[in-house]
Design a protein. Structure first.
Lengths: 133, 133, 133, 133, 133, 133
């Protein structure tokens, strides 16, 4: 059974990946959301990390650049998540230039305003992390 | 002056790239659209190809996977362009599996319907090109 | 003539409903917007409340949960309106858990970022109203 | 009372405008939709035509070009309505070139795919009406 | 452990629900997609059905009306999924009138074109199933 | 060669237009973005201003009202750009009433929340500029 099709172990794989990328995330989500939506934190770890990001076939850096592209094109409504994914992309070796190039390219699909807004979000992340442009 | 900032030569670079990827494209666009919108075909070659896709800093395959991600998340309204970019991604060495993985990942950002619709578009391209999944 | 097709009385019905749900709303809208867009306040009362929300056929709670679903999936751009509709849903008897469940379900159609952003808006409303989750 | 704020007479004004632009529209809508949604046809005449398009302050041609701009940027999902508004714009004196220019400009806000899809819709209308580009 | 937080058994619950609503769905998805995206069919059963639709707290009919609302507001790009959810809503007891009312209400959030397009999709489903409007 | 098809001189025309409407813009963009995305400032001047706004066929005021319509319908994610275009529309002679009418009309295509959010942005611009409504 391939990892992707093993519905039991996706939680374990997702947990390992989420703790590596974002330590303490599930606990933080549980504290904020689970009283309202029981199981939300576990669902995110299991689904987003275990069933999608932990899949084989494409490296993590390309997955994150693709995510940044999509969130840019979708527009500023996903700004917090865009910043998280930009930080994650930096953490797996993407450079500020690569991230910025992908965002800039999205002008073609999401228009200039969406591009500029995403680039502003990226600059905030680069500044927060002291990454030279 | 870096290639990206040389507004004179972006047309020449865009023309070379568009003819390599999609021979005859500018002529086809000119025949269909330029009587109505003078210069449309040249603008697409100059802007989309010359000022964006021909830039340095990110390889063409990653650029195309990022585009596929964005068009998937934006939804089925960009189906014709999604199919063109899937074909282009195949032509620069992306595999059907890589393309499909990136589309599948977009479930997290565009939802299940957008993902399934994009995967159906990809399957059409793979079938048209006789590419085994 | 059914209420829905009586274009004269939709204003009266809309006024009664809007005052019940949100006392003083038309006056507030008139003060802020009507100098610029004559009739805006009356149009909102007549159209949104009189011609849509006051219709028969579906109870108000289901209408409001459907609205919350749509605004969640549309993304954070409608955050102020999302909060107003969450407050209205509470006022007609929806529980925080029901509202949160509907928002959580929208992960499937609007993606995880849209869901989390909407849930954060809901938590703000619940906190402002002192509603225990 | 200004026309825009007179909720009784917006139906009459909307009816006059809709019959001028699109004779028989309310009857066609009634036959198709009102059994399912009582009053839908009257609501469209009263609201869309009476409370919005029949307002003073901006001429009809500019209103229609603005609508074409919005529907282009929103993407192909509104193709049938885009075609109707392009036909209406022609009927109030907009030229194919003006319509095409406005669509082309939307590249900046909706991206190239949205622009090309809208231009294709416009060409269909121009061809159906035998309007030379 | 509440059902929603038990990542092992969501597949079983999702399988039971998906087979009840749409017999043979997982097999059909597996045959079409899993060679390309290993585990896609299982992920849909586990996630969409097991981790979202099978949750407690809101009845299935309200969940489906909320989904119809969201897909209407998101626009025609999700037409195939809209039709599936309309059929599902009928199967759990929603009437054509209730479904149509929810769609009509979305005029307020997604605009008239999105509403009309969704209502046309609903009429197709009602006609296919011989359900009198 | 028509202006629109002369890829060499679009930069010069775009520069003249952008300096007239927004003095110092290219320098400001260069200072903020070009280290990260070489050539971004020049691309915006050349493309947005030179290849789109400086085209013949539609007057600048209509172009700006069309842009305001599109940004309204696209929703609050483009608020900064909406405000810039509202200011530009004022500067070429559009009145607050005309701008507000176009925004109000977008209720029909983007829904009430998008309209109200855009009108709030417009009021901010009118207040900043001391323009009486």
């Amino acid at each position: 059974m391939s990892p992707a099709t093993d519905h039991i172990n996706t939680y374990a794989r997702g947990k390992a990946l989420s703790e590596a990328v974002n330590p303490g995330m599930e606990d933080a989500l549980r504290g904020r959301y689970d009283a309202l939506v029981p199981g939300l934190s576990e669902t995110i770890v299991d689904v987003a990390y275990g069933k999608f990001y932990a899949r084989d076939g494409v490296d993590e850096k390309t997955r994150l650049l693709a995510t940044i592209a999509a969130l840019t094109a979708l527009g500023g409504q996903t700004r917090p998540q865009l910043k998280i994914n930009i930080a994650s992309a930096l953490s797996v070796g993407a450079t500020p230039q690569e991230i910025s190039e992908i965002i800039f390219q999205m002008t073609l699909y999401g228009g200039f305003p969406a591009m500029i807004n995403a680039l502003n979000a990226a600059i905030e992340v680069f500044d927060e992390q002291g990454v030279a442009a």
